[in-house]
Design a protein around this ligand. Structure first.
Ligand SMILES: Nc1ncnc2c1ncn2[C@@H]1O[C@H](COP(=O)(O)OP(=O)(O)OP(=O)(O)O)[C@@H](O)[C@H]1O
Ligand SMILES: [Mg+2]
Length: 325
């Protein structure tokens, strides 16, 4: 197991009331437990605001967890300080959605790629750095000439290749990819996804892949976790999740994708209402306000995590009850 997180929480406080004298709580991440195997791609899906980016950043401790445990490669890093995290970040990298925003526009690609080496591998000579930059550019399908350019002189796909190169240059084992292809055209998306798959094989990388695009997730993942209002509500092997989803929310999400639905010929489930605000989350099951199958206990009791099979878990009262029968 490369990464294990247990009951991970990130709560923010905000001022409420007319005078702002009271404190409210936003539970952006509210007790997520999962493990990721070496070499695996684990994807996280969920609507906007479900907590995917909060999960990504908390795992890498770019934001501090409120509670819970993060174990990376057997080591508890929950309370690791900034110095320790700087060392660990040679092994743990992140790629964000917007390749333009994540590169400094005033820096050449060469300088952007050298930056992580200056932080993590101080002993390298100027010549060695240059060689590494050239090598990593070729790994992501760019050439040495691109190193001299500025971000605005590259296409969106090329910029995202540079961002991936920057994540790879310190030779990490684990990369969090938070919507890495969402800002790109569909044809470029496919190129970058194929590149990520190929690099994973070549360099035995482990990915946490965040996306709201289920077709992309189906293509890239070994296992998928579905988030709703800061909680994980279902985890399964990719094909099992797509063929046999259990949670009513997962069923609704999947029924909305035409190409997946065409095979299964299932009726589209249209959910009523919007995802509730995390400032005022529903009691009991977070999904009960929109669930077509809700029962009286759903608004009162938080459903337990139930195993359907070895690689399939769900948090839903429909399955708790079946188990007890
Ligand atoms: N620094 C913060 N302070 C207060 N609330 C925050 C903060 N960061 C995130 N949130 C809230 O936490 C919730 C989860 O946000 P997050 O960015 O993790 O969602 P997401 O699933 O990544 O959404 P998207 O698909 O839009 O990227 C949101 O309701 C958001 O408003
Ligand atoms: Mg996000």
């Amino acid at each position: 197991m490369l990464l294990q997180i247990k009951d991970l929480k990130k709560h923010y406080t905000y001022k409420k009331g007319i005078l702002g004298s009271q404190k409210g709580l936003i539970k952006s991440l509210d007790g997520v437990t999962l493990s990721i195997e070496q070499g695996e791609t684990f994807s996280v899906v969920g609507e906007s605001g479900s907590g995917k980016t909060t999960l990504s950043k908390t795992i890498l401790k770019l934001i501090e967890p409120t509670d819970g445990t993060i174990i990376f490669d057997g080591e508890d890093i929950t309370h690791a300080d900034e110095k320790k995290m700087r060392q660990l970040r040679t092994n743990m990298q992140i790629v964000f959605q917007d390749p333009y925003g994540s590169l400094d526009p005033k820096w050449t690609i060469q300088r952007s790629l050298e930056e992580p080496l200056r932080t993590h591998m101080k002993s390298l000579s100027q010549q060695e750095m240059k060689q590494r930059v050239e090598h990593v550019l070729s790994v992501v399908g760019l050439n040495p000439e691109h190193a001299k350019r500025f971000p605005h002189e590259l296409s969106g796909g090329q910029r995202q290749r540079v961002v991936i190169a920057r994540a790879l240059i310190s030779e990490p084992r684990f990369i969090v990819l938070d919507e890495p292809v969402s800002a790109l055209d569909v044809s470029i998306q496919a190129q970058i996804l194929n590149l990520l798959k190929q690099l994973q094989k070549q360099l035995s990388l482990t990915y946490l892949f965040v996306s709201h695009d289920l077709s992309v997730v189906r293509y890239i993942s070994d296992r998928v976790g579905v988030m709703y209002l800061g909680k994980m509500i279902e985890i399964a092997k990719t094909e099992e999740l797509f063929q046999d989803p259990k949670h009513p929310y997962t069923k609704a999400l999947l029924s909305a994708i035409p190409e997946i639905n065409a095979n299964n010929r299932k009726e589209r489930i249209v959910l009523s209402g919007e995802i509730p605000s995390p400032r005022n989350p529903p009691a009991g099951c977070p999904f009960h306000t929109r669930c077509p199958l809700r029962k009286p206990e759903c608004s009162k009791v938080v459903p337990e995590w139930t195993s359907i099979s070895e690689n399939h878990q769900v948090a839903c009262h429909l399955f708790n009850q079946q188990k007890g029968e």
